[in-house]
Design a protein around this ligand. Structure first.
Ligand SMILES: [Zn+2]
Length: 385
Protein backbone atom coordinates (compact mmCIF):
# COMPACT_ATOMS: atom_id res chain seq x y z
CA UNK A 1 0.00 0.00 0.00
CA UNK A 2 1.41 3.40 -0.99
CA UNK A 3 1.07 6.57 1.07
CA UNK A 4 -1.55 7.84 -1.38
CA UNK A 5 -3.52 4.59 -1.00
CA UNK A 6 -3.39 4.80 2.80
CA UNK A 7 -4.73 8.37 2.67
CA UNK A 8 -7.41 7.28 0.20
CA UNK A 9 -8.44 4.38 2.48
CA UNK A 10 -9.25 6.69 5.41
CA UNK A 11 -12.85 7.29 4.35
CA UNK A 12 -13.66 3.60 4.11
CA UNK A 13 -12.22 2.81 7.55
CA UNK A 14 -13.26 5.90 9.50
CA UNK A 15 -15.22 5.25 12.73
CA UNK A 16 -18.22 7.43 11.95
CA UNK A 17 -19.70 7.45 15.46
CA UNK A 18 -16.80 9.46 16.87
CA UNK A 19 -16.52 13.09 15.88
CA UNK A 20 -15.49 16.48 17.19
CA UNK A 21 -13.22 17.37 20.06
CA UNK A 22 -15.25 16.28 23.08
CA UNK A 23 -14.77 12.49 23.27
CA UNK A 24 -15.61 10.79 26.58
CA UNK A 25 -15.52 7.24 27.93
CA UNK A 26 -19.28 7.07 27.29
CA UNK A 27 -18.60 7.72 23.59
CA UNK A 28 -16.06 4.93 23.23
CA UNK A 29 -17.71 2.33 25.53
CA UNK A 30 -20.17 1.05 22.84
CA UNK A 31 -17.23 0.64 20.44
CA UNK A 32 -15.17 -1.19 23.05
CA UNK A 33 -18.14 -3.52 23.68
CA UNK A 34 -18.49 -4.12 19.92
CA UNK A 35 -14.78 -4.77 19.38
CA UNK A 36 -14.71 -7.13 22.40
CA UNK A 37 -16.57 -9.68 20.26
CA UNK A 38 -13.57 -9.80 17.89
CA UNK A 39 -10.55 -8.48 19.77
CA UNK A 40 -8.99 -9.20 23.12
CA UNK A 41 -10.34 -6.51 25.49
CA UNK A 42 -9.41 -6.21 29.14
CA UNK A 43 -10.50 -3.73 31.79
CA UNK A 44 -7.29 -2.70 33.50
CA UNK A 45 -8.94 -0.94 36.40
CA UNK A 46 -10.68 2.33 37.10
CA UNK A 47 -9.70 5.98 37.16
CA UNK A 48 -9.59 8.14 40.30
CA UNK A 49 -13.33 8.82 39.88
CA UNK A 50 -14.09 5.18 39.04
CA UNK A 51 -14.43 5.21 35.26
CA UNK A 52 -13.13 2.11 33.46
CA UNK A 53 -9.77 2.07 31.65
CA UNK A 54 -9.41 -0.56 28.93
CA UNK A 55 -6.63 -2.29 27.06
CA UNK A 56 -7.34 -3.63 23.59
CA UNK A 57 -5.00 -6.22 22.10
CA UNK A 58 -4.78 -6.97 18.41
CA UNK A 59 -2.34 -9.02 16.32
CA UNK A 60 -0.22 -12.12 16.89
CA UNK A 61 3.30 -10.95 16.05
CA UNK A 62 6.41 -10.93 18.19
CA UNK A 63 6.93 -7.16 17.93
CA UNK A 64 5.03 -5.73 20.86
CA UNK A 65 3.82 -2.17 20.46
CA UNK A 66 2.09 -0.08 23.12
CA UNK A 67 -0.22 2.86 22.39
CA UNK A 68 -1.98 5.16 24.83
CA UNK A 69 -4.24 8.10 24.06
CA UNK A 70 -6.04 10.79 26.08
CA UNK A 71 -3.54 10.72 28.91
CA UNK A 72 -4.53 14.39 28.70
CA UNK A 73 -8.34 14.28 28.77
CA UNK A 74 -8.94 17.07 26.27
CA UNK A 75 -6.62 15.61 23.59
CA UNK A 76 -8.99 13.33 21.70
CA UNK A 77 -7.84 13.40 18.06
CA UNK A 78 -5.56 10.39 18.41
CA UNK A 79 -8.34 8.44 20.16
CA UNK A 80 -10.50 8.90 17.06
CA UNK A 81 -7.58 7.80 14.86
CA UNK A 82 -7.09 4.62 16.94
CA UNK A 83 -10.70 3.57 16.35
CA UNK A 84 -10.21 4.28 12.63
CA UNK A 85 -7.10 2.10 12.79
CA UNK A 86 -9.12 -0.80 14.25
CA UNK A 87 -11.30 -0.87 11.11
CA UNK A 88 -8.19 -0.78 8.92
CA UNK A 89 -6.59 -3.69 10.80
CA UNK A 90 -9.85 -5.65 10.88
CA UNK A 91 -10.10 -5.83 7.07
CA UNK A 92 -8.91 -9.35 6.24
CA UNK A 93 -8.78 -8.47 2.53
CA UNK A 94 -6.14 -5.84 3.21
CA UNK A 95 -2.65 -7.29 2.66
CA UNK A 96 -0.89 -4.59 4.69
CA UNK A 97 -3.17 -5.17 7.70
CA UNK A 98 -2.47 -8.89 7.46
CA UNK A 99 1.29 -8.25 7.43
CA UNK A 100 1.10 -5.86 10.41
CA UNK A 101 -0.97 -8.30 12.50
CA UNK A 102 1.38 -11.18 11.63
CA UNK A 103 4.50 -9.24 12.62
CA UNK A 104 3.19 -7.15 15.52
CA UNK A 105 0.97 -7.33 18.56
CA UNK A 106 -0.63 -3.99 19.39
CA UNK A 107 -1.60 -3.14 22.97
CA UNK A 108 -3.85 -0.10 22.95
CA UNK A 109 -5.17 2.01 25.83
CA UNK A 110 -7.63 4.27 23.98
CA UNK A 111 -8.36 6.53 26.97
CA UNK A 112 -5.98 6.63 29.92
CA UNK A 113 -7.62 9.63 31.62
CA UNK A 114 -11.41 9.19 31.32
CA UNK A 115 -12.14 11.66 34.16
CA UNK A 116 -10.17 14.38 32.36
CA UNK A 117 -11.95 13.46 29.12
CA UNK A 118 -15.35 13.91 30.81
CA UNK A 119 -14.38 17.27 32.34
CA UNK A 120 -12.50 18.27 29.14
CA UNK A 121 -9.34 18.97 31.09
CA UNK A 122 -5.69 18.12 30.57
CA UNK A 123 -5.41 16.91 34.18
CA UNK A 124 -7.10 13.98 35.93
CA UNK A 125 -9.85 14.03 38.59
CA UNK A 126 -7.39 15.18 41.28
CA UNK A 127 -5.98 17.95 39.12
CA UNK A 128 -2.76 16.03 38.41
CA UNK A 129 -1.06 16.11 35.01
CA UNK A 130 -0.46 12.39 34.41
CA UNK A 131 2.36 13.30 32.04
CA UNK A 132 4.25 14.72 35.04
CA UNK A 133 3.47 11.80 37.37
CA UNK A 134 5.88 9.26 35.84
CA UNK A 135 8.11 9.22 38.95
CA UNK A 136 5.63 9.90 41.77
CA UNK A 137 3.08 7.43 40.39
CA UNK A 138 0.51 8.74 42.84
CA UNK A 139 -2.52 8.49 40.61
CA UNK A 140 -4.50 5.31 39.80
CA UNK A 141 -4.08 5.99 36.08
CA UNK A 142 -0.27 6.16 36.44
CA UNK A 143 -0.16 2.91 38.42
CA UNK A 144 -2.33 1.18 35.83
CA UNK A 145 -0.09 2.45 33.05
CA UNK A 146 3.11 1.37 34.78
CA UNK A 147 1.74 -2.17 35.25
CA UNK A 148 0.93 -2.38 31.52
CA UNK A 149 4.45 -1.26 30.57
CA UNK A 150 5.89 -3.85 32.95
CA UNK A 151 3.73 -6.64 31.51
CA UNK A 152 4.04 -5.75 27.82
CA UNK A 153 7.67 -4.53 27.70
CA UNK A 154 7.03 -2.85 24.34
CA UNK A 155 9.51 -2.70 21.51
CA UNK A 156 8.08 0.71 20.61
CA UNK A 157 5.78 2.91 22.69
CA UNK A 158 3.39 5.42 21.08
CA UNK A 159 2.56 8.35 23.39
CA UNK A 160 -0.45 9.98 21.72
CA UNK A 161 -1.36 13.60 22.38
CA UNK A 162 -2.87 16.75 20.87
CA UNK A 163 -1.39 20.27 20.82
CA UNK A 164 -2.78 23.81 20.90
CA UNK A 165 -3.29 26.04 17.86
CA UNK A 166 -0.32 28.32 18.72
CA UNK A 167 2.39 26.12 17.21
CA UNK A 168 4.13 26.76 13.89
CA UNK A 169 6.32 24.27 12.03
CA UNK A 170 9.61 26.08 12.58
CA UNK A 171 9.68 29.88 12.48
CA UNK A 172 7.31 29.94 9.52
CA UNK A 173 3.74 30.91 8.70
CA UNK A 174 2.80 27.21 8.51
CA UNK A 175 0.74 25.67 11.28
CA UNK A 176 2.36 22.61 12.92
CA UNK A 177 -0.47 20.29 11.90
CA UNK A 178 1.39 17.29 13.30
CA UNK A 179 4.38 17.26 15.67
CA UNK A 180 6.65 14.55 16.96
CA UNK A 181 9.38 14.05 19.51
CA UNK A 182 11.92 11.38 20.29
CA UNK A 183 12.23 12.12 24.03
CA UNK A 184 15.62 12.30 25.71
CA UNK A 185 16.71 9.75 28.29
CA UNK A 186 19.22 11.97 30.14
CA UNK A 187 20.15 15.61 30.69
CA UNK A 188 22.82 15.40 27.99
CA UNK A 189 20.12 14.41 25.48
CA UNK A 190 22.34 11.60 24.22
CA UNK A 191 21.25 10.14 20.88
CA UNK A 192 21.01 6.57 22.16
CA UNK A 193 20.40 3.49 19.99
CA UNK A 194 16.86 3.42 21.35
CA UNK A 195 16.25 7.03 20.29
CA UNK A 196 17.71 6.39 16.84
CA UNK A 197 15.00 3.75 16.31
CA UNK A 198 12.31 6.25 17.28
CA UNK A 199 13.85 8.97 15.13
CA UNK A 200 13.92 6.65 12.13
CA UNK A 201 10.20 5.85 12.51
CA UNK A 202 9.40 9.56 12.90
CA UNK A 203 11.42 10.33 9.73
CA UNK A 204 9.33 7.72 7.90
CA UNK A 205 6.06 9.28 9.10
CA UNK A 206 7.34 12.74 8.18
CA UNK A 207 8.12 11.57 4.64
CA UNK A 208 4.55 10.33 4.24
CA UNK A 209 3.03 13.49 5.78
CA UNK A 210 5.11 15.79 3.55
CA UNK A 211 3.24 14.43 0.50
CA UNK A 212 -0.05 15.61 2.01
CA UNK A 213 0.75 18.58 4.26
CA UNK A 214 4.14 19.89 3.06
CA UNK A 215 6.13 21.97 5.60
CA UNK A 216 3.46 21.54 8.27
CA UNK A 217 5.23 18.99 10.48
CA UNK A 218 7.24 20.09 13.52
CA UNK A 219 9.27 18.49 16.25
CA UNK A 220 9.51 19.35 19.90
CA UNK A 221 12.54 20.39 21.89
CA UNK A 222 14.07 17.35 23.61
CA UNK A 223 14.86 18.92 26.99
CA UNK A 224 14.88 16.09 29.54
CA UNK A 225 12.28 15.90 32.31
CA UNK A 226 12.20 12.58 34.17
CA UNK A 227 8.66 13.34 35.41
CA UNK A 228 7.34 13.09 31.84
CA UNK A 229 6.12 9.67 30.75
CA UNK A 230 8.03 9.57 27.46
CA UNK A 231 11.31 10.60 29.11
CA UNK A 232 10.88 7.96 31.82
CA UNK A 233 10.11 5.35 29.15
CA UNK A 234 13.33 6.19 27.26
CA UNK A 235 15.23 6.30 30.55
CA UNK A 236 14.04 2.73 31.13
CA UNK A 237 15.18 1.73 27.65
CA UNK A 238 11.86 1.72 25.75
CA UNK A 239 11.88 3.38 22.35
CA UNK A 240 9.14 6.00 22.62
CA UNK A 241 7.53 8.36 20.15
CA UNK A 242 5.49 11.40 21.14
CA UNK A 243 2.71 12.26 18.68
CA UNK A 244 0.98 15.63 18.80
CA UNK A 245 -2.15 16.17 16.71
CA UNK A 246 -2.27 19.88 15.86
CA UNK A 247 -4.32 22.46 14.02
CA UNK A 248 -5.12 22.08 10.33
CA UNK A 249 -6.46 25.40 8.93
CA UNK A 250 -10.17 25.85 9.73
CA UNK A 251 -10.31 22.39 11.38
CA UNK A 252 -11.12 23.16 15.01
CA UNK A 253 -12.97 19.84 15.28
CA UNK A 254 -9.69 18.11 14.31
CA UNK A 255 -11.46 15.91 11.77
CA UNK A 256 -8.80 16.58 9.11
CA UNK A 257 -5.86 16.17 11.49
CA UNK A 258 -7.45 12.87 12.49
CA UNK A 259 -6.67 11.63 8.96
CA UNK A 260 -3.03 12.69 9.32
CA UNK A 261 -2.80 10.76 12.60
CA UNK A 262 -4.30 7.73 10.86
CA UNK A 263 -1.71 8.07 8.09
CA UNK A 264 1.10 8.47 10.65
CA UNK A 265 0.07 5.41 12.68
CA UNK A 266 -0.27 3.15 9.65
CA UNK A 267 3.00 4.41 8.16
CA UNK A 268 4.82 3.61 11.42
CA UNK A 269 3.21 0.15 11.61
CA UNK A 270 4.06 -0.56 7.97
CA UNK A 271 7.68 0.41 8.56
CA UNK A 272 7.98 -1.71 11.72
CA UNK A 273 6.23 -4.71 10.13
CA UNK A 274 8.15 -4.62 6.86
CA UNK A 275 11.62 -3.49 7.85
CA UNK A 276 11.92 -4.12 11.57
CA UNK A 277 13.70 -1.38 13.43
CA UNK A 278 16.36 -0.24 11.02
CA UNK A 279 18.11 2.97 12.09
CA UNK A 280 19.62 3.72 8.69
CA UNK A 281 19.16 7.42 7.85
CA UNK A 282 17.71 8.22 11.28
CA UNK A 283 19.34 11.66 10.86
CA UNK A 284 16.45 12.64 8.57
CA UNK A 285 14.62 13.29 11.87
CA UNK A 286 16.64 16.49 12.22
CA UNK A 287 15.31 17.80 8.88
CA UNK A 288 12.01 18.38 10.69
CA UNK A 289 11.98 21.96 12.00
CA UNK A 290 11.58 22.64 15.71
CA UNK A 291 8.20 24.09 16.61
CA UNK A 292 7.76 27.79 17.08
CA UNK A 293 4.86 29.51 18.84
CA UNK A 294 3.93 31.84 16.03
CA UNK A 295 0.14 31.55 15.85
CA UNK A 296 -2.94 33.11 17.38
CA UNK A 297 -6.45 32.02 16.44
CA UNK A 298 -7.53 35.44 15.10
CA UNK A 299 -5.55 38.63 14.52
CA UNK A 300 -7.22 41.92 13.66
CA UNK A 301 -4.68 44.37 12.26
CA UNK A 302 -4.84 48.16 12.56
CA UNK A 303 -7.82 48.23 14.89
CA UNK A 304 -8.61 51.79 15.96
CA UNK A 305 -8.53 52.42 19.72
CA UNK A 306 -8.72 56.03 20.93
CA UNK A 307 -7.45 57.41 17.63
CA UNK A 308 -4.49 55.03 17.37
CA UNK A 309 -4.10 51.75 15.46
CA UNK A 310 -3.38 48.45 17.24
CA UNK A 311 -3.15 44.77 16.36
CA UNK A 312 -5.58 42.70 18.44
CA UNK A 313 -5.11 38.94 18.90
CA UNK A 314 -7.98 36.69 19.95
CA UNK A 315 -7.42 33.21 21.29
CA UNK A 316 -10.17 30.62 21.73
CA UNK A 317 -10.71 29.21 25.18
CA UNK A 318 -12.20 25.72 24.88
CA UNK A 319 -14.98 25.54 27.46
CA UNK A 320 -17.73 23.04 28.27
CA UNK A 321 -21.15 24.69 28.34
CA UNK A 322 -24.06 22.34 29.14
CA UNK A 323 -21.96 19.33 28.10
CA UNK A 324 -21.11 20.90 24.74
CA UNK A 325 -17.69 22.20 23.80
CA UNK A 326 -17.63 25.91 22.97
CA UNK A 327 -14.81 28.01 21.58
CA UNK A 328 -14.90 31.27 23.53
CA UNK A 329 -12.80 34.09 22.02
CA UNK A 330 -10.64 35.89 24.57
CA UNK A 331 -8.61 39.04 23.91
CA UNK A 332 -5.06 37.69 24.17
CA UNK A 333 -2.95 40.67 23.13
CA UNK A 334 -3.24 44.31 22.06
CA UNK A 335 0.01 45.68 20.65
CA UNK A 336 1.19 48.25 18.12
CA UNK A 337 2.40 45.30 16.06
CA UNK A 338 1.88 41.61 16.78
CA UNK A 339 4.57 39.47 15.15
CA UNK A 340 2.63 36.19 15.28
CA UNK A 341 0.33 35.05 12.46
CA UNK A 342 -3.41 34.66 12.80
CA UNK A 343 -5.01 31.43 11.60
CA UNK A 344 -7.56 34.01 10.47
CA UNK A 345 -6.62 37.66 9.94
CA UNK A 346 -8.57 40.84 9.23
CA UNK A 347 -7.14 44.24 8.41
CA UNK A 348 -9.16 47.28 9.43
CA UNK A 349 -7.58 49.29 6.60
CA UNK A 350 -9.45 46.98 4.21
CA UNK A 351 -12.39 45.66 6.21
CA UNK A 352 -14.84 47.27 8.60
CA UNK A 353 -14.30 45.38 11.85
CA UNK A 354 -15.90 45.80 15.25
CA UNK A 355 -14.87 43.75 18.28
CA UNK A 356 -17.78 43.80 20.76
CA UNK A 357 -15.98 45.03 23.83
CA UNK A 358 -12.53 46.19 22.80
CA UNK A 359 -12.61 49.91 23.36
CA UNK A 360 -9.44 50.33 25.35
CA UNK A 361 -6.20 48.43 25.77
CA UNK A 362 -7.34 47.29 29.24
CA UNK A 363 -9.77 44.86 27.63
CA UNK A 364 -7.06 42.20 27.53
CA UNK A 365 -8.01 38.70 28.75
CA UNK A 366 -11.72 39.48 28.56
CA UNK A 367 -14.19 37.39 26.63
CA UNK A 368 -15.72 38.98 23.56
CA UNK A 369 -19.40 38.61 22.70
CA UNK A 370 -19.28 39.16 18.99
CA UNK A 371 -17.15 40.18 16.06
CA UNK A 372 -18.63 42.22 13.25
CA UNK A 373 -16.93 42.03 9.84
CA UNK A 374 -18.24 44.37 7.12
CA UNK A 375 -21.57 44.60 9.00
CA UNK A 376 -21.93 40.83 9.31
CA UNK A 377 -22.13 39.89 12.97
CA UNK A 378 -20.49 36.66 14.26
CA UNK A 379 -21.37 35.47 17.76
CA UNK A 380 -20.83 31.74 17.23
CA UNK A 381 -17.20 30.60 17.13
CA UNK A 382 -14.91 29.39 15.66
CA UNK A 383 -15.47 31.49 12.57
CA UNK A 384 -14.05 30.51 9.19
CA UNK A 385 -12.58 32.61 6.45
ZN1 LIG B 1 -0.81 16.05 25.88
Amino acid sequence: MTTAEIIESFHSYKEETLKGRYITQKDIQPLITQWATKLDVEQLGVSENKLPIHLIKIGTGTKKLLFWSQMHGNESTTTKALFDLFHFLDDSANKLSEKILKECTLYIIPMLNPDGALAYTRVNYNGIDLNRDAQNLEESESKIFKAVVYNVKPLVAFNLHGQRTIFSAGNTTNSAIVSFLSPASNNERTITESRKKGMRIIAEMNKALQTAIPNCVGRYDDGFNINCTGDTMEYNGYTTILFEAGHHPNDYEREVTRKWMYLSLITALKFIAETGLSIENYEAYFDIPENGKLFKDIIIRNYPINGEKFDVALQYQETLVDKNLRFIPIVAQIETQIIENGHIEFNCDLDKVEISNVIEKQEIETKIDYLSINDEKFSVFPIKK
